[in-house]
Design a protein around this ligand. Structure first.
Ligand SMILES: Cc1ncc(COP(=O)(O)O)c(C=O)c1O
Length: 400
């Protein structure tokens, strides 16, 4: 069957594919350790699961308004005000099937073919694909490890031209774990203001921050910034609800309404049962969220301490999310099983073949010098995987 030009331009989600490969190998009995996970390894807290069961038993099994249940959107507004200091009305909120759908919706309603969208590198892999999907053009800003892989306002200023329509910002970031400070965001907001571009702010890792770091939403810093920002968040990461597919966007009413119009023609409302459960999740006291965060924090400290002793690699210590982006390029040039390692894909393939350790190649995020570790795995798993990683690097050193 002939496929459309639009879909032929799109790549597969490499992280989802590698994550499934890890699960598949384990199911086949292969002793593989996977650091590929982009989702918490915890179960959804029991009180949220119970709310979903109750919702079904009480008959909440039909369509809702496209934008989502009013009670959920009210709860989202309450949490925005409480957690981020942002005041929105329920009309300014759209509930979707995951934050992913919100990011796509925002790009779709903001960009015409040929428009440009600025994306900092390393990026979450879906951003460039979504921009491509609407025939817009991604303009990449390269960053450096010494700057914790964050862009500066000056870089943004230089990257914008009269075709630029929007920028994407993701803090806390995947795959970097970086968090933009209030001052950095203020400077970025002023540049967006000067050039009159929209800001799509993906804050899905908002609640996963470590060592006293603080999440700040760019929209909360200035009413002018708020008027040009679409804030995106969801329940996948903080509430361990990836499979429930529940995310939300908040922003200027015309943009949110347009995103709703699109959603109304492609998916309608997000899952009704998940919406009922999400309302209960957001109304809770976040005790479970804090417990998961404490565990992530211990793992992060352990992973960073051990990696800190490994020769020839470098990384910024993550301040949020659950990833560490490690520069392994000093090991490129080594040969394993007859294959020369020249890039992150070859590095990860050799690591999987020889040590049965699954890492995500940095090329997926535009950072071919790096590999991504996820610490959404148990401490025991982390230890075992790190032993394998060290053994793999020793093997490479002897072959350099
Ligand atoms: C930066 C970022 N944004 C959005 C998402 C998607 O989240 P959701 O499961 O809510 O669609 C992810 C998931 O990996 C992510 O890492």
């Amino acid at each position: 069957m002939k496929l459309s030009k639009a879909v032929m331009k799109l790549g597969d989600s490499a992280t989802l594919a590698l994550n499934s490969l890890g699960k598949q190998l384990r199911a086949q009995g292969v002793d593989v350790i996977s650091f590929a996970a982009g989702e918490p390894d915890f179960d959804t807290p029991a009180f949220i699961r119970d709310a979903a069961k109750r919702a079904m038993d009480e008959g909440h099994t039909r369509y809702t308004a496209v934008a989502g249940l009013l009670e959920l959107r009210q709860e989202i507004c309450r949490r925005f005000a409480q957690d981020t200091g942002l005041e929105y009305s329920p009309e300014q909120v759209l509930v979707s099937c995951g934050a992913k759908q919100c990011v796509f919706g925002a790009i779709y309603v903001l960009c015409d073919p040929g428009d440009r969208v600025v994306i900092p590198v390393p990026y979450w892999l879906s951003y460039p694909e979504m921009v491509k999907a609407v025939d817009a053009e991604a303009i990449f800003i390269r960053t450096e490890e010494k700057d914790e892989y964050k862009i500066t306002a000056e870089q943004l200023d230089r990257a914008i031209d009269d075709r630029t329509r929007a920028m994407l910002i993701n803090s806390p970031g995947n795959p970097t774990g970086s968090i933009y400070t209030e001052d950095e965001l203020r400077a970025i907001g002023e540049v967006a203001e000067k050039h009159d571009i929209a800001i799509i702010s993906d804050e899905i890792y908002e609640k996963l921050v470590y060592d006293g770091a603080r999440h700040v939403s760019i929209a909360a810093l200035d009413p002018r910034f708020k008027a040009r920002t679409i804030v995106i968040n969801g329940l996948s990461k903080a509430y361990a609800m990836t499979g429930w597919r529940l995310g939300y966007a908040a922003g200027p009413i015309d943009v949110i309404k347009a995103m709703g119009r699109l959603q109304g023609q492609v998916t309608s409302n997000a899952n009704t049962i998940a919406q009922k459960a999400a309302t209960v999740a957001l109304a809770g006291d976040d005790r479970e969220v804090r417990a998961m965060l404490d565990e992530f924090s211990c793992r992060k400290t352990h992973l960073v301490n051990r990696l800190g002793h490994v020769p020839g690699i470098s990384f910024p210590v993550p301040r949020g999310a659950f990833y560490v982006l490690v520069d392994v390029s000093k090991y490129y040039g080594a040969t394993v099983n007859g294959a020369r390692i020249e890039d992150s894909a070859a590095f990860c393939k050799a690591c999987l073949d020889t040590e049965r350790l699954l890492l995500i190649p940095g090329e997926t995020f535009g950072a071919d010098n790096c590999v991504r570790f996820s610490f959404a795995v148990s401490m025991e798993y982390l230890e075992k995987g790190l032993d394998r990683f060290e053994r793999f690097l020793e093997r490479l050193s002897s072959k350099a």
